[in-house]
Each structure stands twice: as C-alpha cells, then as structure tokens.
Design a protein around this ligand. Sequence first.
Ligand code: ATP
Ligand code: MG
Length: 306
Amino acid sequence: MVSSRVSWLEVVACRCYFYGSGLVTLVLLSVFPAFERDIMAESVAIERVHTGIPGLDHVLEGGFPKGARVLLAGGAGCGKTICCGQYLYKGATRYGEPGVYVSTEEPPQEFRANMLRFGWDFKKLEAERKIGMVDAVYQRVETEIAEQESLQSILYNLRSKLSEVKILVEQLGATRLVVDSLPGFGFRVTDLNTLREIFLEVGLLLKDVGCTTLMTTEIVEGSGLISRYGIEEFLATGVMVLSLVRQSSVIRKVYVRKMRGTSHSLNDFAFTIGREGVELKGPIGVRSVSRQRRLHSPRRKRRSRR
Ligand SMILES: Nc1ncnc2c1ncn2[C@@H]1O[C@H](COP(=O)(O)OP(=O)(O)OP(=O)(O)O)[C@@H](O)[C@H]1O
Ligand SMILES: [Mg+2]
C-alpha cells in the first residue's frame, strides 16, 4: 500500500570544491516535515451532494457538485417531479439536509398526495421543519387575471415570492432547493425579453441562497430544444435530460448533458419508477465488458473456424 504521508526535501545550495586531489560536492539540504497528501487532495476536491436516486451518484462521481444548479428537462410525465421529491425526501431523512420545494405548477397538496404514494410523508417533514413548501402557483393565477400586467408588476410579484423562498431557506437552514418548474414562473408571458427578466431574477435568487438546486423545465416534442424557452439552461451548471422512448415497450431514460466539475458518461441510462421511487438501471446500447470478452474469447474463435 502506498503511504499518503509525504515529506519535502529541498536542495538549498550546491557547490563543488577541489580538496586535495579530488572534487568534493557540498550540498545544503533543508527537510520539511511530513504532511498528509489527503489534506492536499481535499482542498481541490469538489464536495458532492447525494442525489437520493439509487445508481445516479455513481454516474456523477458521488453526487451533484455542492451548490450546483441542475436543470431536469423532459417531456410531460417523464418523472421530473418524482426525481425532485425523492431528492428532497432522501436529503431530509437520510442525510439530515433540510430542503425547500417551490411549486409553480401543481398546488402543494397535490404534490404531497403524489409523494405519499411512495411512502414519502412530506407533511410530517414540514411539521418537523425539515422541509419547507412555497406555493408559487398563485403567481400564474394573478398573471391570468391581469392579462395586460406590466413587466414592473410581474417582477414586483416575483420578487416578493422569491424573498419568501429566501427567508424559508434561511429559517430551515436548507441546503437543498427545488424549483418545479421554471417555465411556471412565466406562465402566459409571451414576450421573450420579459421571460429573460423573469429567469434573471430567479437565477439571482438561486445564486444568492447557494443551495444545491434542482429545477425542472419541459421539452416540447419536436422543438429541437432542451427546454421550454431555450433560456432555462443558461441558469444551470448541470443539465439532465429525461425522456420516454417507445421500443417493444416504453422505456424511461436519462442522460447527463452537462455537469460542471464532473467527469460523467454521456450515455443514456434506463430508469424505472417503482414503489420506492426512481432507480437508475444500466446504460442503454453499451456492450458490457464481459460480453465483449465473450465475443473475443479464444473459445468463440475456435468455434467459428469449424
Ligand atoms: N406511484 C407511482 N408508481 C409508479 N409510477 C408512477 C407513480 N406515480 C406516477 N408514476 C409515473 O410517473 C409519471 C409522472 O411523473 P412526474 O409527475 O414526476 O412527471 P413530470 O415529468 O413531472 O410530468 P409533468 O411534465 O406533467 O410535470 C406518471 O405519468 C406515471 O407514469
Ligand atoms: Mg412535474
């Protein structure tokens, strides 16, 4: 086993003298005490936050980079909300990391009921101050009422909602945050500049609170984009794309499109939604090493010669 203790030895000066008949080299050395190499490694390593999704940490070198803002993009019913719920629930119950869920699409009571199907009791965690819930659905109702709302009033409403999020994060000491979904903040807003302003405000909050954040966006089939408006990914330091593919049966798959500070595979991975929630399975369309070995084994070659 290689020791992780390292000592430094420095050559301070080196001189040569003629002494009698021969040449003598005089070297001045200074020796520094041993230090733990692991301490050095830690100072450059990126801290990881467990995803709570079996199999996913392994793909991401241990989890999401701490403080990352990860966009989960996918079509309707791909499993985005369940991934977010699992991330928060496992964070609070298994890793002791409180979290906040910001809902812009379905009212919190619907979210709680859906999560309870997996045995994840969010109401209990809220009572224990391990999870906070922000209902931002009203935001879009207000926008619906005032169709001619000015940018200023949209931003005013948004800022007050976002400051509610910030206060809750601080009160709970939350380190995990979910925004489900980003386009929900821009419901019925058609002007691209207004949308940019909205996402800019949200992006500023996310940077400010510094939580490891999951945000969702929808992919409109056939749009060729990886988000609803083609802007959301610019708020993100990581992007994961979820989809449903119809082969002989329907398969759920996910790939990590970007994850800063992480060496990750670009393969598609199959995943399932079962009684325990989301679970990552193996890569799709990648031959396993053992299969390749079998194909190139001498026994197989002998057979093919016959
Ligand atoms: N209890 C459950 N057990 C197994 N699968 C479930 C369960 N509940 C939901 N699902 C599956 O998950 C899908 C919904 O997942 P989820 O709500 O996370 O999708 P989403 O990507 O957030 O969708 P949307 O775009 O509508 O927000 C359902 O369509 C269903 O296929
Ligand atoms: Mg959803």
